[in-house]
Write a protein that binds this ligand. Structure first.
Ligand code: CO
Length: 456
């Protein structure tokens, strides 16, 4: 059987290229065709799509999901789920996590890809249990990074634990696009040899190497790969679906996708890309490859954040020092993978260390919380001297962080009675607070024009 394909255009594609701004109308444009391509699944939902709907598009993210489900009769729908952070940026209580899983599945999701930035499996337990309880396919993703502790053995060990935890499949989530071809080959061979689960690879073209990595992964027996339809592929996004389909044609790995449907869908989505190029939300810079991310081992998004932080401080000449400080901060913190929210936290700390001329003179609240154990367990021991300097003799949480969070759902439902129209609304508020509330009030007042977004 050929390699299976997950189409990411409608989630990671526009998230990576133009800040997740695709509207529901644009998402629906080529959906009928995409539904007939023969994908393993369509990735359509996740933290940024949910956030952008409420914050920028005046749209109900739940309604988008229902509309997508209505059109997709043949293809499974997939979402990305940040463990105990759900689709938000902090840890939520277990009852909110469970309710979110329940309603995601009820509204149309088939496959939930669950991950934790630190690969602390305790942060996945609740979401995994709920996914199984409500009949979803539970995929656990391992956040991929490079460090002295993040070896092939580390990931194989993690994969075995993930299988024990009840995952239906495993994903290697290389959010930075730094997985080298030969490492991928070795890693996937080893995981396949040590677990019975299907293995999927998710990566980004940012560094210019990932088509090679995908090919080696396929030769090692990877079951599923993530690609994006041509208008939403390449650069900081995924490799191109059509090209991969051609490259593997006639081989034992042939994905056998429907080329005619791919062609029509790509034609329909090309003007959407052009629109975001024209309105400058899509910066052409993100479309070319950036091998620096391989040198510095930082995700592309983090690199551009650092550049803009330093530009604002009028200190862009310090970029090299900051890029040298990033691995030092990572080491001090026990090598956290650089994925949301850790990428922002580590980046900010590195900037502060360099600009203040003294390391850890200033420490953001999030780093402080991290050192108190509130994000879970660091992959490797934290630098004790620095830990002491920052938190003194404070107690460190060693239990599962969410054990300390009281149930939230019922209280929120009561508190916003009269405003919320559904449990879905309550969850939007639980995750995005005022941003969701503002949208829901506007929607209830009928203050949202119906034809708003096509020309945005
Ligand atoms: Co991604």
């Amino acid at each position: 059987m050929g390699v299976k394909i997950v189409e990411t255009a409608l989630r990671d594609g526009h998230q990576s290229l133009f800040a997740t701004r695709m509207t529901t109308e644009e998402v629906l444009l080529a959906l009928k065709e995409l539904d007939q391509v023969g994908y393993h699944a369509l990735e359509v939902w996740g933290g940024a799509t949910f956030d952008a709907c409420l914050r920028f598009l005046d749209e109900d993210p739940w309604e988008r999901l229902r509309q997508v489900r209505k059109v997709c009769k043949h293809t499974k729908l997939q979402m990305l789920f940040r463990g105990q952070n759900i689709l938000g940026y902090r840890h939520y209580s277990d009852d909110v996590v469970e309710k979110f899983v329940e309603l995601s599945i009820k509204n149309g999701i088939d496959i939930i890809r669950i991950f934790d930035a630190l690969n602390d499996l305790r942060n996945l337990e609740c979401a995994v249990k709920a996914t199984k309880k409500y009949g979803g396919h539970c995929q656990i993703a391992l956040s991929y990074t490079t460090s002295p502790v993040h070896t092939v053995e580390y990931y194989v060990n993690l994969a075995k634990q993930v299988e024990q935890l009840g995952a239906d499949s495993i994903c290697i989530k290389d959010m930075a696009g730094v997985l080298l071809p030969e490492t991928a080959y070795e890693l996937i061979k080893a995981i396949k040899a040590n677990t019975k689960l299907p293995v999927e690879l998710h990566s980004h073209c940012t560094g210019g190497i990932i088509e090679m990595t995908y090919l080696r992964a396929i030769q090692a027996g990877v079951d599923i790969i993530d690609t994006a339809l041509s208008p939403l592929s390449g650069g900081t996004s995924q490799p191109c679906t059509e090209s991969i389909n051609y490259a593997l044609e006639g081989t034992e790995y042939d994905p056998k996708l429907n080329k005619e449907m791919l062609n029509i869908a790509a034609k329909k989505l090309a003007p959407v890309k052009q629109k975001y190029l024209d309105n400058k939300i899509l910066n052409p810079k993100v479309l070319s490859c950036n091998p620096n991310i391989l040198k510095y081992q930082v995700p592309g998004g983090m690199l551009s954040n650092l550049i803009s932080q330093l530009t604002q401080q009028n200190a862009l000449d310090k970029l090299d020092d900051v890029l040298k400080e990033v691995p030092n901060v990572r080491k001090d913190l026990g090598y956290p993978p650089l994925v949301t929210p850790l990428s922002q936290m580590v980046g900010t700390q590195a900037v502060l260390n360099v600009l203040n001329g003294e390391r850890y003179k200033m420490v953001p609240k999030e780093i402080n919380d991290y050192l108190h154990g509130k994000y879970g367990q660091a992959p490797a021991p934290v630098n004790q001297e620095i830990l002491h300097k920052i938190i003194g003799n404070d107690e460190i949480i060693t239990c599962r962080p969410a054990d300390l969070i009281a149930p939230e759902f019922k209280d929120l439902k009561k508190q916003y009675k009269g405003i919320v129209k559904s449990d879905e609304d309550v969850l939007s508020i639980a995750l995005f607070g005022d941003v969701a509330l503002k949208y829901i009030k506007k929607r209830n007042d009928d203050a949202i024009p119906t034809k708003l977004k096509l020309e945005a």
